[in-house]
Structures are given as C-alpha cells and as structure tokens.
Design a binder for this molecule. Structure first.
Ligand code: MCN
Length: 802
C-alpha cells in the first residue's frame, strides 16, 4: 500500500538545491548578454524638456541608447491597464519610456544597453535630461486637498470613486442604541523580495522566435504583453521563469517597462540583453501598497451587536493605475471578516499621488480591512466594557449560515459568498492556544514587576483561489517518471513539493518520480499567474484532474494488456496490479510504452524487462476515442473564490521608559481546509507573520514633501530581522473543507500577514490603555502617543450614545 502523501508534512523537495546555492535566478543566466540600465527621473513630477545623450556616446562598451522617440507602433502607446473597471473612469498607465512628463521619482526616462553593467551605468550618468519641475502631490492628505494635480486632466486627483451597500446603513446607525466613529490609517509599505525584478531576452534571428526569462509571477501575462508590444504572434514568444527569489505581489504587474524594452533591444541588436534591478531601483520603480485613510461610523446594541456600519476610505494608488481598483475593492469587501455587519455601506476614492505605483502586496488590501474592522470591534468592546472575545462571538457568522451571502460584489466581479468556515470554533481554539482566560493573572504578575503587557487579537476572512482558471498537464514517461506542468509560476511557495504530493497520490507513484515545472510557456501556454493565494486551489485542482485522466487511461490500457477488468486494478508504487495478485502486474512506464502504437526498439526493451511481455510487435491503430501517449491535461475554473480564514493573538510588552515594543507570544489558528502539506502551510504563515510584523512595527515608505523616498535602502527601511520576529509562532489548524473544488482546499499564502497589524495594535492598546488608530507604530510614535494621551489628546475615536 502506498501511504497517502496529501496532508503529510514532508520536507520541500526544492530546498536542498536552493539552500546549497544551486538555484538559478535570471541574473545567473545569460553570461553572454548585453546589459541594460535605466535613466530614472530624479523628480516626483516634472515635464521633460530635453534629453541630451551626446556625452554618453563615447562611453567604452556603449551599444545603444533608447528614449521615447525610438519607440514605434504599440510600444509607443501606454502600457496596458491590466484590470479595467467601469468605475475607473480616470485610469492612467505609464509609457515604457516617459513621453513628456514624469510622475514619480524613479520613472524610466531612457535606457542604455552596453557590454557590461558598469559601462551601462556610466552612460546613464552622462545622459543629461532637462526637466521643468512641477509641484508634487505626496501622500493622501495632499491628494485629497488637490491643490495640485498629478495628471492635469484628472480633477481632484480622483482616479475612481466606488461604493457598495447592503441595506440602509445610515438609518441603522442613526437608530442604534450606541454609535462610535473612528479614523484609522495605514501607511505605505512594500513587498521587497530578496531578488528584485530581472529579465533576459534572446532573439533567434533564424527561427524568428523570442525567448525571455523573467523573474515574474505571470509568465503568460509577460508573454502576451511582449507579443502585443513587439508585434509578434504569441507562438513566437516563449517566457520562462527560472527560480524566483520572492515576489509577494510586486512581480504580478506585466509588463514592467524593462520587460518589453529588453526583448525590444534584443531583437533590434540581434544579441541577448538582460536587466537586473538593483535594490535602490526596486524601492523607487517597483510597486508599493497599503496606504489608506479610513473613516468608520458604527451603530450597535448593548451586547455589542453591530447594527449598521458605514466606511469611507481614501486609497493612495500612486502615479498610475495598471492594476485597476483591485486593492481598494478587496479592502472594501474583505474588511467584513467573519462578522455580520448589519446594514453595510462602503465608499472609497482611489487617488493619484506623485509616488511609486500601487499594486497588490501579500494580503492586498486585507491588512487594512482587518485593521479597520478589528479596531472597530475592539472599540465597541472597550466602550461597552465587554470582553473583546464576547463581542466578536456576538457578531460572528455561524457555521450553519454557510454559504453566507454578504450581498456585495467581490474583486472577481462575483457575489461575495463565503463557502465554508467555523469562526466560533476557530476563536475557541485560539483562546485556548494563547491562554486568553489566564492572561489577567499574567498581567497582574507583570505589573507587580513594573512591566507593561497587553494582549490583542485579529480575525480575518480571505477570498482565495480566485479564477478564472488554471490548467495542469501530467505525463508518464516510458521510464515511469512523471512530468507535471502548470502555467502559473513559483516564487518560493513550495509548489514543486505540493503538486508532486497531489500527483503521487492520484497516480500511486513514488513522489521522487514526479517532477513539476511551473511558469514555462513552452510546457503550459495557458495560465493566469500566482497571486491571491490561488496556486493550491487552482493549479492543485487542475493537476489533480489531469492526473485522474492519466490514471483512468493507464488503468484502461493496463486492463487490456493484462486481460483483466479495470475495476480490479490498483496502482501501487508506480506499478499497475490486480488487487491481491502481485504477480499480475505492469509498470506504469510500460503502460506508457503501450499507450503509443509507434513503439521504438528501446521502448520494447523496457517492456521486455517487465513481467508482462508485449505479444504482437506490429503497430495497432490508435483506439477510437483515445490519444497516443500516457498523458492528460485538464483545467479547473471555479464559479467563485473560496474563503479561508484565520485568527491571530499576540502578547506584547511595552517598555515604560523607552516605549520599545516586544512580542512575547504570537499565536495563529488557521483554516485553509485540508492542508496538502502542513509544513509548507506553516512556513507560509511564518513568512506572512514576519512580513506583518514588519508592516505593523517597522516598515514605512518615508517620502519627503518633494516626493523623494528618503529611506530607499535596507539601511533605512527597517525590514525586521530574525531578532525582531518571535522565536516561536504557535500555530493550530482547523480544516473545514470547501465544497467548491475537488480537493476541498482553500488558499494559505497570504494568511500570516493579514491580521498582524490589527492584532499588534490591539495588544499595544491593551498594554497602554489608549486607542491605537494608525500603523505602523514605532517606539517614537508610541512615545509621542503617550505624551498626547497624558495631555488627554490621544486617538481619534468619538462616541455618541442615545
Ligand atoms: N497549501 C497547502 N494546503 C492548502 C493550501 C495551500 O499545502 N490547503 C500550500 C500550497 O500548495 C502552496 C502554499 O501552501 O505551496 C501556498 O499556497 P496558496 O495559498 O495556493 O498560495 P500560492 O501558492 O498561490 O502563492 C501566492 C501567495 C501570495 S498571494 C503571495 S503574495 C506570496 C505567498 O503566496 N508570495 C510569496 N507566499 C510566498 N512565499 C514565498 N516564499 N515567496 C513569495 O513571493
């Protein structure tokens, strides 16, 4: 009997190679390539008056310089707006090279190709761009004031306004026994993967084919963009993702200017060209997220039951909107978390600023949403003098209410319907894990020692596995090895392991015999990409379905060969056998040979080596309704997202003198349905919590009023080290399967990051005794809040009792 691998916490098969330094990233490839470097705007907002390249022309090793004037046809048009929305009436995207205006520091103005990066950078330094600086709009306050405009033709800096309602929230709030209003704010942060962006292109002048390697989260998207921008057929472009050193959202955008300019240069020059982004470039020219200001009005009864909730918020979308309204739409719908809000209304404005563009960063609008909702629920509890757990329990959607329809439209344009989850049970587990009941005695003991401690929690629900589709291809080689391909890409999530687990189970083969390839358009040309915690649900399901097709085919061929009934067969360790009769068997590799009527001499040798000998070597026709080859392809395309959930609790200590914030305990209960690999899921949660702690306590994009990012390096942008992350993140799981996919699974990749700021704010508030309404919070911020609180002025929470 083969042991079932689904659910086993096996070690990741990719890790040994990666940890030994044997990974292959884009920059490890193309040693023969020319190098591209970028002239970037030093101004947040300026008109380009002139670009003088003369002084760069005598740099040794210079091969080419490109400005907007060198672009023609589709390449001279703005880059695509990837996710249009009817409300995005003022969407704007940038050009591959700025045309006549720049809208943030770091925007690409010209590109240089040279024999090496040093020469390319030297030439970049010698290109003299004359700018006419314009007033910069930096931050949400300036965008809302709209004294200056980012785009002349966009009044009020408003890219889009949008609202949704379920019921009459204004009346429900007005007639509620109690009312509170809160102002809550989250600042900019960013994905900051270890590997920045990178792209290498080779134009094959004989075959007229473009081969591109990109550090991307969507190889099919990059391929489509390159084909469209360079006037090539899709079939002429191959895009491969080698190892990718993290993406966390920032590599979903496609194409980045460099992703079309590198292939453009490679074709124009007839030589391979590559671009490797450096850290400073990443800070000022890739994407950020998170900055939002929120105003909440909530009405509730004596038990803390929410009767009406009205949220208005302002979303900083940066200089352009290539990713549409996805982030604020997610905030506006997912802030509801596990709760019934009574009547609900939400409205937002997505605003332009002269700063780096905003696209989804792990969590994608949900950390802000969870912060808003959890701060609101905590404020209700504090106002009523009730336990925070009790108020949550009062407002939870109950398991028997699933599927639960919120009466809103989700990010995918489909109704926001939760499919599964047991929120009371999740909270119960968390209460026990963190020891909620025992905390007061710990607080008393700490207080007696002159220490200040606090406990907080944060709950969330996350739409995962968003559509429209993903596919899988599974092939059994004549060697018995199994090759699996799916089109979406991997950035470190362990897909090579988990997809192999799924296939090994479905086919009954040893996992060592399964090899998984992701993000290679040559192997699987139709795909969407890796984001929205969708790979397990989408590709996992598609691969399982494809493997089932292969299994059915293998059993059919084997039954014929063994002259037995298909129903009597099983596959164990890569061998098809009659149940209970171990002698009557045939290896899957042999079945693969038989699946192809054209049998080669070397295939026959492998057949002869099995206990079953092929009788007639003449080639029979392909049986009707069957295709040659032991392979299968299938797609999974769900009607809606599946909703995972989780709850975090954190215990902090704040230093009474220095205001330093230390995490004493961090606990997570998580429900992503059945886990394919609990070790991988927990690794994802660890990574997510680490990023969440960064966003809550350390990381902020510090723009000055001129739009200069003054902390654009890891010396100044405080990404947490291992010393700032709790040694142990205690995790428990609840597995409520979804009825929506064949494996019953929900996503897990963003889980760790979503409620971290909410839980930490709650814990700090609990330790300090005054409201925490904005994140991140540094020791200096806390110190200042203490001073304001001492003056009776900390926090922005107002109540209005009836
Ligand atoms: N998994 C599982 N069982 C489940 C659900 C998931 O074993 N029930 C496993 C999956 O098979 C996968 C991992 O957990 O190996 C994450 O699964 P999933 O939730 O499907 O997320 P994706 O694989 O689609 O990854 C995307 C997600 C997102 S949106 C961001 S952002 C993110 C993240 O994953 N970026 C990452 N995790 C990251 N991890 C690394 N190392 N690097 C990134 O850039």
């Amino acid at each position: 009997m083969t042991t079932r691998l689904f659910g086993e916490p096996i070690r990741r098969v990719e890790d040994e190679r990666l940890l030994r330094g044997d990974g292959q990233y884009v920059d490890d490839l193309g040693s023969d390539a020319l190098h591209l470097a970028v002239v970037r705007s030093p101004h947040a907002h300026a008109r380009i008056v002139d670009i003088d390249v003369d002084a760069a022309l005598d740099v040794d090793g210079l091969v080419a310089i490109y400005t907007y004037d060198d672009l023609t046809g589709p390449l001279a048009e703005p880059l695509p707006l990837l996710i249009p929305h009817p409300n995005l009436t003022q969407g704007r995207t940038q050009y591959a090279l700025a045309k006549d205006e720049v809208n943030h520091v770091g925007e690409a103005v010209a590109m240089v190709v040279a024999t090496d990066r040093y020469a390319a950078e030297d030439a970049v330094d010698r290109i003299d761009v004359t700018y006419e600086p314009l007033p910069a709009v930096v931050g949400l306050d300036a965008a809302r004031r709209a004294e200056h405009l980012v785009h002349d033709d966009v009044p009020g800096n408003v890219a889009a306004r949008m609202g949704q309602s379920n019921g009459d929230a204004a009346s429900a709030i007005a007639s509620a026994p109690h009312r509170l209003s809160l102002d809550l704010q989250i600042e900019r942060s960013a994905s900051t993967p270890l590997e920045g962006r990178g792209v290498l292109a080779r134009w094959d002048t004989e075959a007229h084919r473009m081969r591109v390697w990109s550090s991307t989260q969507t190889s099919t998207g990059v391929r489509a963009a390159i084909a469209a921008k360079l006037g090539l057929d899709l079939g002429q472009v191959d895009v491969m993702t080698p190892d990718v050193g993290g993406g966390f959202g920032v590599k979903i955008v496609h194409p980045w200017p460099e992703e079309v300019m590198v292939p453009f240069a490679a074709r124009a020059l007839g030589r391979p060209v590559k671009f490797t982004e450096d850290r400073r470039e990443h800070f000022v020219s890739a994407a950020h997220e998170r900055a939002q200001q929120h105003h909440v009005e909530v009405g509730f009864d004596d038990d803390g039951r929410i009767l009406g909730l009205a949220v208005r918020f302002w979303h900083d979308n940066g200089a352009y909107t290539p990713y549409g309204l996805i982030v604020p739409i997610i905030s506006s719908t997912q802030l509801l978390g596990p709760y019934k809000p009574g009547a609900y209304t939400v409205e937002f404005e997505s605003l332009y600023t002269n700063t780096v563009i905003v696209t989804p960063y792990r969590g994608a609008g949900r950390p802000q949403g969870a912060f808003v909702m959890e701060r609101t629920v905590d404020a209700i509890a504090r106002y009523l003098g009730k336990d925070r757990i009790e108020v949550r329990e009062t407002n939870f959607i109950q398991p028997q209410e699933m599927p639960y329809d919120h009466g809103l439209v989700f990010q995918d344009g489909k109704p926001l319907i939760y499919d599964s989850g047991d929120f009371p049970a999740t909270l119960d587990k968390l209460k026990k894990l963190v020891g909620w009941e025992e905390f007061e005695s710990f607080r008393a003991q700490a207080r007696a020692e002159g220490r200040r401690v606090g406990i907080g929690l944060g709950c969330y629900v996350e739409g995962t596995g968003v559509g429209p589709y993903e596919g899988g291809h599974v092939q059994i080689e004549t060697s018995g090895k199994v090759k699996v391909a799916t089109g979406l890409t991997s950035q470190g999530q362990g897909h090579q392991t988990v997809f192999a687990q799924v296939v090994a189970d479905e086919l009954g083969v040893p996992i060592e015999d399964v090899e998984v390839v992701t993000g290679d358009t040559r192997r699987f040309p139709y795909a969407v990409g890796t984001f929205a915690s969708r790979a397990a649900v989408m590709s996992g399901s598609a691969i399982a379905l494809a493997a089932r097709k292969v299994r059915a085919k293998a059993l059919h061929i084997a039954a014929d060969a063994l002259e037995v009934d298909e129903a009597d067969l099983e596959i164990v360790d890569g061998v098809v056998q009659v149940r209970g009769a171990s002698k009557n068997q045939i290896a899957l590799g042999t079945v693969a040979v038989l699946s192809n009527p054209l049998r080669y001499a070397f295939d026959r040798a492998s057949v002869a080596a099995t206990q079953f000998a092929v009788g007639d070597p003449t080639q029979p026709p392909v049986p009707e309704g069957q295709e040659p080859g032991l392979e299968g392809r299938d797609y999974y395309s769900p009607n809606q997202s599946t909703f995972a959930n989780g709850m975090h609790a954190v215990v902090v200590e704040t230093d009474p003198d220095t205001a330093e914030i230390s995490i004493l305990r961090y606990c997570v209960v998580h429900d992503c349905g059945p886990m394919i690999n609990p070790r991988v899921v927990e690794g994802q949660i660890h990574g997510g919590v680490a990023q969440g702690v960064g966003g809550a306590l350390y990381e902020r994009m510090a723009y000055d009023e001129h739009g200069q990012l003054v902390n654009a390096s890891f010396m100044d942008f405080l990404m947490p080290y291992v010393t700032e992350i709790p040694d142990t993140i205690e995790i428990d799981h609840l597995e409520t399967p979804t009825p929506l996919n064949p494996l019953g699974i929900k996503g897990a990749g963003e889980a760790g990051v979503i409620p971290t700021a909410a839980a930490l704010a709650a814990a700090i508030e609990d330790a300090e005794g005054f409201p925490i309404t904005r994140m991140p919070i540094s020791p200096s911020d806390l110190f200042e809040l203490r001073r304001l609180h001492a003056q009776g002025d900390a926090g922005s929470e107002r109540s209005d009792d009836r």
